[in-house]
Unconditional design. Sequence first.
Lengths: 217, 357
Amino acid sequence: MRIVLAEDLALLRDGLVRLLTAYGFEVAAAVDNAPMLLDALARHRPDVAVIDVRLPPTLTDEGLRAALEARRRWPGLPVLILSQYVEQLYARELLSDGSGAVGYLLKDRIGDVDHFVEAVRRVAGGGTAMDAEVITQLLTRRGHDQPLGQLTAREREVLELMAEGLSNAAIAARLLVTDKAIGKHTNNIFAKLGLPPSDDHNRRVMAVLTYLEALPG
Amino acid sequence: MTWIRRLPAACAGLALNAATGVAAWALLALAGVCAVVSPLPGAAAARPWALGLVHRLARFHHAAAAGQPGRELSWLALHAVAGPSSLLLVALTVMSVGQIMNLRPLDNSRAQSVTLSLAMLAILAVALALVLVLQSTQTRLARVLLRPGRVRQLTESRAAVVDAQAAELRRIERDLHDGAQARLIAVRINLGLIKGADDPEQVRALAGRAWEDTGQALADLRDLVRGIHPPVLADRGLTGAVRAAALLCPIPVEVDIELASRPQAPVESALYFAAAEALTNVAKHSGATRAWVRARHAGGVLRLTVGDDGRGGADPAKGTGLSGISRRLSAFDGTLSVHSPPGGPSTLTMELPCALS
């Protein structure tokens, strides 16, 4: 699996290259600014782009803007955005084209190597990887609403993992229960929240996030 | 008919002003006598009395006592004349009514007694209206004359800014000390133990703890950074940052910000934190079901309003939230006005003179 990486801090860039290589990825290019990123993407057409939100020259959200631009040029290009903080505003922008293959993770998560590598693979495969922090913020904000209040603690946990982009099988593995048990939980969640059931991972994430966002207060 | 409801308070206010006006005469006269008898100590003795009276009266009028004795004493002299002026109104009213009562009509026709009664009523009505006018004039006089001068305002706002900055630095120091720094020490201890450990099981457990601690240190630092200068503000300016803050608000917030370009960074930051604080207040205290933020720049002034459909009753005099916003804005010559009648809705208007870059 081929990756183009954009990260301006040399320490983190080298660390990421080493980590990804160790897990069998091929890092086609590792760049440190947004214009070079777009060039590298055009040249290498990777399976997934791993991009830091903050990049030179402006050192603001240049990386995110470049990612959005890249997805306009090459629709469906899988991008995984890394950041030291998460903003729902940015999560929305990334998800807004509805074509999936999007990840948005805190850099802290890189330390959780197995999950991080799993997230890179998932995004490359067209899936979604939303940081748990995005979901927590949404749930805290919407915590008092009636339908969410009806969920059991376990169902809420499953909902959070589902919104992160995990499949039923992956959620089952994470929570150490059977696929069947998770299937039952997800059906209950879908029923309680009035979401159309669906097996497509990406659509599940979109459904959950749209539900959490669009609910009247 | 709100003016009828205001009448009792207005009457009481006038009576108080009359009484204190007379007292001011007495004080000034006393001060004069003292000054003649023993110039320096006499004036010094009367001064605190006079200033104490001014401060108490200022509080009654909701006027900001300037803390400038010269201004305060000259207002007191004026108050000595303006305060008792209501006595004149009472005397005039009583006199005119008495005059009418004393009229001896030539023939006792019903038409005449009705006309005279109506005249008396008219006089009373005019007198009551004058009560309101006189009282509000006296209050306005106090507010205008006791208002702090420009230099004083600047000195105060600068002091508030310096205080706030010092407090902010102390908070950051404490957060770093108790948060990230402490975590890193814990990490180092665990890594030190790992260096000397032989048991693989123990090494794994210690590494796990070190791993947890670095995660927590990162989370602490992230929260701290957000409080100093939210990255989204640097990225997207006021519009994006307020929109991001609105997304975190538990009730729907409509954001309508139209600015041709970005204000200077410090101004932007002050406005952002003011708006965020206002939204926090809405979420915490208003009981509102929705809120809105609107900002426009016109005539060299950036005006940002935050409104909600909650229960109202927000008072800058109570709680630190609103006074904090006011202090933040005053550093840039900005002002906060609060319109929040009991029962709502509330509107906070922040105005800040600035140029857009």
